[in-house]
Ligand binder design. Sequence first.
Ligand code: SF4
Length: 559
Amino acid sequence: MDSPLFLPTTRAEMDRLGWPELDILLVSGDAYVDHPSFASALLGRWLVAHGWRVGIVAQPRWDSPQDVLRLGRPRLFAGVGAGALDSMLAHYTAFRKKRSDDAYTPGGRAGGRPNRASMVYTGLVKQAFPGLPVVLGGIEASLRRAAHYDFWGDSLRRSILLDSKADLLVYGMAERAVLEIVRRLAGQENLQGIPGTAYVSQAAPADCQNLPSYEDILADPKKLMAATLALEKQMLSCSWLAQAHAGRTVVFAPPAEHLTTPELDRLYGLPFTRQPHPSYRQTIPAVEMIKSSITAHRGCAGGCSFCALGLHQGRHIASRSRASLIQEVRGLARRADWDGALTDVGGPSANMWGARCSADPKACRRPSCLAPAICPHFQDDQEGLAALLRELRGLPGVKHLRVASGVRYDLALRSPAYARALIREFTGGQLKLAPEHYSAKVLALMRKPEFKHFERFLALFESESRAAGKEQFVVPYLMSAFPGCTEADMRALAQWLQSRGWQPKQAQCFIPAPGTVATAMFYTGIDPEGRPIAVARTDAQRARQHRILTQGWGRPERP
Ligand code: SF4
C-alpha cells in the first residue's frame, strides 16, 4: 500500500485514497501534525507501513459523536489518546487555575480538548460505534493505568481502564503492542496478555504480583507508595502485576520489548511531511518548536521521581543509528522551508544517545541509573555523540546545530570532550539545565545529582564560554514545594541564587502528576523507604514556598 501524503481525516480524503473503510481509527486530543513527535502521526504512519488503513480524528467536538463518526466505523478498533500531555495538566496550572493556551491546538488556544479526554473520547467512540473495541494509549492512559492520586480532584481514582470502560490500555511506547493488537483482532483472537498492555479480568493470573488494591489504598493511603514503586520497577523487571478494584482485576502484562535500532530507524524514516494537516488555518505553537528538531533516542536513565517518563518510556535508552539521523537531516535540508538551523538533536535528555546498561537490567534494583551516583554499569558514548553532532552540522545546507534538550550535567562532566563541544559549539546563547533544587535532602528525594555537580558544570561552562569568546548563560530550572521540601530549604535555594545575583526565570511549583513516585510522596507523606516527610500540601503552603523562590531572595518570610 502506498503511503498517503497525509492520513485521511475526512471521507473525501479516504475516497481519494480509494479506501472504502478504515482498519483503525485514531482519536487524538492534539491537532493532527504529520510529525514523529505527534503520537497519532507516529503510530498512524507505523500501522500504514505495516499494511493497515488508518484515519485520524483530531480534537473532535465532545458534545456529540458527530466528528468521531466522520470516517465511518473502522473494521478493527479505535485507538484513543488524550495528546502529548495529560489533559488535566494541559488545562490547569500548579495552583489549579485554568491555562489560557495550548501549544498542541491551532492558534494556541485553550479548550481544544475536554478535561479527562481519554474517558470522554472513549465514551464518544462507544456511542458512535457500539461494540467496537477501544484501545487507550498515550501518556494520560499510561500514567493513570493503576489506582492513582488525582491532584485536580484531590482524590484517589481507579485505573482509567475501568473509569473509561475502554477494552484495553497500552502503556509506554505503543508501536509493538499495536501491531500485536491488530494482528489478534484481524484473526479474532483474545486481546489479553499482550506485552505493554493492561486489561480487565475477573482474577489475577498465576505467578502475578498483586499490588495493593484500590480499596486497600483508600483505607491506608500509604499503600500507594508500594504500588507506585512496583509499577516503576516493572518497567525494567518485566514481571506481571495485578490490582483489584472491587472484585475486578486490572492486569498489567510485562512491558513491550523496546524497539531495536533498525526498527527505530525504520519508524523515523517513514515519509512524514512534518507539517500540520492542510485543513488548519492557524499555526500550532508546538510545531514551531519541533519542526527543525530531530529525535536521536528514547528513554531516560535518570529515573527522577517526579518525571512521568519513567512510567512511560522507561530507563532503557533506545538509540537511532548515525546513518538514520544523517538521512533525516539531509531530508530536512532539502525542504523548501528549511532555513539551515537544526534546533535540536536529542530526546528526553540531550546526552544519552548510545547509552546502555552493561548488566542485566531485569535484575536491577536501583530506581535510577544516575542517582545518587552514576551506576558502574551505565555505559555512555558522549564522545561519539559529539562526533555525531559535528557530522550532522557539517552536512550540506546545515548552517548551525543547537542542543535544546535538557543536558544531564553529571553525565556531561565525565566526558570533558563532550562538555567542551556542547558549550563551545552547540549552545545557542543559553543552556537550560535542571538542578531543580539546592538542598541535599530534597535532591535525594527527587533522585537528582548532588548540587556540587551543578556548580562544577557551571564553572566549566563559564570558563569554556570565556575561552570560546562567547557570552552565554545557563538557565536553571528550579522547583518549589516538592514533597520533603520545607520553607527553610526554599530559603537556602533562594540564598544561593542571591549569592550569584540570579533571579530565577524557570521556576515551577511542583505539580503532583498522576502515577509518579513524587506524587505518591505528596499523597502519602512518606518517602520511598517509608519515612515520614514534610509535605506542603495546601495551595497556601505551596504558594508560600513558590514565593520564597521567585520573590523571597532569601529574606525570611513575615510571620
Ligand atoms: S544496572 Fe545500572 S545501568 Fe543497568 S539498569 Fe540498573 S542502574 Fe541502570
